[in-house]
Each structure stands twice: as structure tokens, then as C-alpha cells.
Ligand binder design. Sequence first.
Ligand code: HEC
Ligand code: HEC
Length: 364
Amino acid sequence: MRTPYLAGISITVLCVLIAILVYDASSSDMHASFDPIENQRHERDHNDAHSSAHISTSDAQDTKQAAFSDQKIFPIPHSPEIDHELAKIGWALFKDPNLSSNRSVSCESCHSLQTNGAEVIPVSIGVNGAGMRNSLTVFNTVFNYRFFWDGRVNNLADQIDGPVHNVDEMDSNWELITNYVSQSDDYINMFQAEQLPIETASIKLALIEFMQGLTTPDAPFDQYLRGDINALSDAAQRGWETFQDEGCIRCHQGTNIGGGMVMRFGYFGLSKTGSERSEDQGRFMFTAQPQDKHLFRVASLRNVAITAPYFHDGQTATLEEAIKIMGESQLGKTFEDQTISDIKTFLETLTGDRPQMLVEFENE
Ligand code: HEC
Ligand code: HEC
């Protein structure tokens, strides 16, 4: 039953790989000005391609015909190809607090499916109390090439071990989870219907399939990229120009307008940069290499207007303030209020529709 589906995936994976090669070649001119760390994004292994594997042919054509030929940002593809039954198991698991060690915290506790796939508090609270980082949204995460704030993981499958094992989050492990799932009649029926054995791999598969469906297409900016010039107001178009001219786009690019590379937070050492704002040392905490201090993943700007508070520590409350900080710390520029307002208006056009799959699940 899954064979045509797999064949479809292989073809799209191939297309995506070709697209990545072309895209990398066209963006190589930007490598001169920043830390060599960004070259690491060329290491993307084949596993990464699975993340974007669901782009359909018609969407690839859409992208080709889009308004800009030297485009660095791509619209979110329409209708991801999802195995709905498998994703539905993932949905049940995602909402199930029994997956955590004290049976009180589900994935959804920190990644709200009703709102933006994240949460509104600065840092997450797990089974053992407060953690250190702002929860990332699970919406559109499938288009990232790096996962977590420090980009320590390269694909969604490895990512999933993170929250499960993190003592601040769920403090659980796959053995406990698999035991629990294999004793639940509901899950037994659901996995049987999909002809999948109840084991860790199947549970991860279901969670990943679910997250693949959490995309928010058709933001005004996507409509603009597909050729509808009127989808952006004049102010938003000015903001988009500024975003390109001032250099935001050198780091924030790709389908997720970020999520692809790891960069230093605080190139220009001004106020509230990575080193001054928190104890969090970013990638260094994972590699222990001094040159990795304060390296963080370039945040995705998809739905950024509705995912306050900002930055890894969630210590910045407003989008205006976040834009101001980016100008100072990443570009060494102090923006006029008008410029900040234009960029903000542009960023607001990155808010897409709530994932259609969730709406369908809730109505079934
Ligand atoms: C206690 C709160 C909490 C729980 C529970 C939790 N997460 Fe997270 N999640 C976070 C935080 C905080 C981050 C960012 C961590 C970091 O960058 O170090 C995150 C990051 C992620 C990311 C990475 C997104 C990206 O683009 O890099 C994904 C995907 C994710 N979580 C999925 C899940 C799934 C699936 C579960 C359940 C198995 C889960 N989370 C449970 C708080 C939580
Ligand atoms: C040199 C690379 C670089 C440039 C240039 C850059 N950014 Fe960023 N941006 C980052 C990184 C890295 C982060 C994540 C920082 C963190 O929280 O650790 C980020 C985070 C953000 C966030 C916060 C997102 C969130 O969800 O918390 C916003 C908003 C943002 N950038 C907007 C901009 C704008 C607007 C510009 C241009 C004025 C810009 N950035 C220029 C690298 C860059």
C-alpha cells in the first residue's frame, strides 16, 4: 500500500536535491562576508532531503515561475502529501501526556496546536520545572535544515530524541514510551490498521508524519512570491526591499526564511547580543569548541509576528525590539523608527493559514 507513496517520495527527494544544489550554487556569493561556520550548511546530508520531500511537482513549477528569478526565499508548497492515518497516530501521541515521565507533560504542552505551534512564555516548563530556552514552533519545522536553537541536529528524526530525553522537557525514554503505547488498546488498533508493529521506530515515524503536515501555506508574502503583487501593501513592499537591501536576507533565507544555517548572535557586540543577554552559549554547549560560542541557528521568520516572545531566551517581548536588536547586533546598523515599522509590516505578511491537516483532524 505504501509502495507508490515511497516511489513518489524518491522522485521528489531527487528534485529537492537538485534544487538544493542549484540553490547552494546561486547563494555561494554570500559566503565571503560571514564566519566560515555557515559553510557547515553545505554538509546537509541526504537525510535532510526527507524534510522537504513532500514538495509536489506543481509547487516546484510554481516556484520556478515565481516573481523573482534570483530568489532566495520560496513559497510554502501547497498540500503536503501526508499519510493521514499515520499522521493521525502522531497527532494522538503528540497530545498524550502519558509519554512524559510523570505523565503530566505532552508535546502539546509546549507546542500549542491551537495557536502557533509554540508557547507564549519565555522559556518552557517541563516535568522538572523551567528550562532555559523559548519553545520553537513545530509549524513548518519540516522546511528547516537545522534543528533546535543551536542547530545541533540535522534532521527531524534525530530531533525527536531531544525533547523526549531532555530532563527539562519530558524526561522520558523510548523504552518507557513504547511499553506504554503497546499496552494501550487505542494505539494497538491504530498501528494495526497501518500494519505497523508497535516499536520505537513506528512511534517516531508517526510523530514525524504528523509534523510533516504542520505547514502554514498561503501567507500574503507567498502569494506575492507566486506573482500576486497586490498581496503586499506599499509599506510591506518597502519592508521587503529593506530586508533585502540591508542584508537580513543573507541569513534569513530559504522556504522558512531562516532555519538553514548557524550564525553568531552578536557580530557587532552591541547591547543585548548573545553574549550579554543570557548564559546560553549556543552551539558551544554542544561541541565545547571555543569558536562555537554564541552560535545559534538563524531563526525561521515564518509566522514570526505571532510567535513572541523572541530569541532563544524569549527575553525580547516585541517584534520592533527584535528587529532593532538584529540591526545592531547582526548588521551594525541603527534603524530609523520608520524602517523598523516597514520591516515589521513585511514580517507580518509571513503569517500563513493554520495547518489544514489539523482542521481536518478536528472535524473528523
Ligand atoms: C517542556 C516543553 C517541551 C515539550 C514537552 C516538548 N518540547 Fe519540543 N521544544 C521545546 C523547546 C524549549 C525547544 C527548543 C529547544 C532547543 O532549541 O534547545 C523545542 C524544540 C522542538 C523542535 C525543534 C523545532 C525546530 O525547528 O528546530 C521540535 C520539532 C519539537 N520540539 C517537537 C517536539 C515533540 C514531537 C515533542 C513531544 C515528543 C516535544 N517537542 C516536546 C519545548 C518542548
Ligand atoms: C548574520 C546573520 C543574521 C542577520 C544578517 C540577521 N539575522 Fe535575524 N537572526 C539571526 C540569528 C542567528 C537568530 C537567532 C538568534 C537567537 O535567538 O539566538 C535571528 C533571529 C531573528 C529574529 C527572532 C525570531 C524569533 O522567533 O525569535 C528576528 C525577528 C530576526 N532575526 C529578524 C531579522 C531582521 C529583520 C534582520 C535584518 C534587519 C535580521 N534578522 C538579520 C541571524 C541573522
